[in-house]
Structures are given as structure tokens and as C-alpha cells.
Design a protein around this ligand. Structure first.
Ligand SMILES: Cc1cc2nc3c(=O)[nH]c(=O)nc-3n(C[C@H](O)[C@H](O)[C@H](O)COP(=O)(O)O)c2cc1C
Length: 155
């Protein structure tokens, strides 16, 4: 008997497009694996929606010395109050190594919120410098593979 098809939501925030490119890569990899995917921009998304999915990938940019995306602040705050104990998630995002100690810090902050919501992470956070290249896409494949494996076990 075939496994039930997994579902995923990919939530991204972007100003200049790099994080949308990261999200699109994740979506292509998920589709290759037969996962049914929905793409959603963060300001148009409610964290409660995540309860409908097996998998979630959050893809935020980092701004102003480690700050969260402005348009994602409501989403971020509301995340801590939802119960997502059945959800498996991954986090990836593009920042700029120029910002050294603040590099991609929004990823860590979103990770903390997802932990508070009770969701489970299978893979390390994937930090990408500016536009995703070949090596980054390999890391995204690893991220998706590990997350899909855990989500299948939890089905
Ligand atoms: C004013 C400004 C502040 C930034 N601050 C940070 C930062 O603190 N940490 C970081 O990793 N990247 C920082 N960046 C870089 C962006 O996160 C990076 O360019 C990213 O790829 C933008 O994503 P987007 O194309 O999806 O908007 C900053 C960029 C600008 C313009």
C-alpha cells in the first residue's frame, strides 16, 4: 500500500528576492519527493495554518543587526501560542556574512518559536550567504530529505 502523501507549507519573507529563491528551491525539492506543497508569503500567513500540514519550512531574511523581518513580526509573536506538536519543520534563510555576528540570526529566533510551539526539527538550520548557489542547494536537499524522513515516521 502506498504511503499517505505528505503535505508541506513553505513560508518566506523577502525584500530583494533571495529568500524567495531559497523557498522556491525547497519547494522544487519537496515536489520531487512527492510532497504536496503550498507556498506562502509571511505577512499573508497565520501560524494556525501550520496545524493542517505534516511539514513546514520557514525562510526569513535577517535585517538591521539580527532583526526579524518587519512584516513577519505578527506571525513570529503568534507562533509561540499555537500548538504544533504533530508538525515537523525545517529552517533556512539568506543573510549576508558581511554582518558577521548578526549573520542569519532571524533563523535562530524562528527556531526558538517553533520549539515553543512544540514542533520537531530533524535537520540543522541552513544559513545561506545572499543568493543560493549549488552548494547551498545541496544543503537544502539534505534539509528536505531529513525532514521528510522524520515526517514519514511520525505519520
Ligand atoms: C540594512 C540591511 C541590514 C541587514 N542586516 C543583516 C543582518 O543583521 N544579518 C544578516 O545576516 N544579513 C543582513 N542583511 C542582509 C540581508 O539579509 C541579505 O541581503 C538577504 O539576502 C536579503 O534577503 P532577501 O533578498 O530575501 O530580501 C541586511 C541587509 C540590509 C540592506
Amino acid at each position: 500500500m502506498a504511503d499517505n502523501q505528505l503535505t508541506a507549507q513553505v513560508v518566506f519573507a523577502t525584500i530583494t528576492g533571495n529568500n524567495e529563491a531559497v523557498a522556491d528551491n525547497i519547494i522544487a525539492i519537496l515536489k520531487d519527493q512527492g510532497v504536496q506543497v503550498e507556498k506562502s508569503e509571511i505577512s499573508q500567513t497565520e501560524p494556525e495554518e501550520l496545524a493542517k500540514y505534516d511539514l513546514a519550512f520557514l525562510v526569513p531574511y535577517t535585517y538591521d543587526e539580527g532583526s526579524l523581518p518587519d512584516e513577519g513580526l505578527d506571525y513570529f509573536d503568534d507562533l509561540a501560542d499555537v500548538s504544533l506538536s504533530n508538525l515537523t519543520y525545517g529552517i533556512a534563510g539568506s543573510g549576508d556574512t558581511f554582518y558577521e555576528g548578526y549573520y542569519c540570526l532571524a533563523l535562530d529566533q524562528f527556531d526558538e518559536q517553533m520549539q515553543k510551539a512544540g514542533a520537531k526539527r530533524a535537520a540543522d538550520l541552513v544559513r545561506i550567504n545572499l543568493y543560493p548557489g549549488k552548494k547551498d542547494i545541496e544543503k537544502l536537499k539534505e534539509l528536505v530529505n531529513q525532514s521528510v524522513q522524520l515526517a514519514k515516521k511520525r505519520q
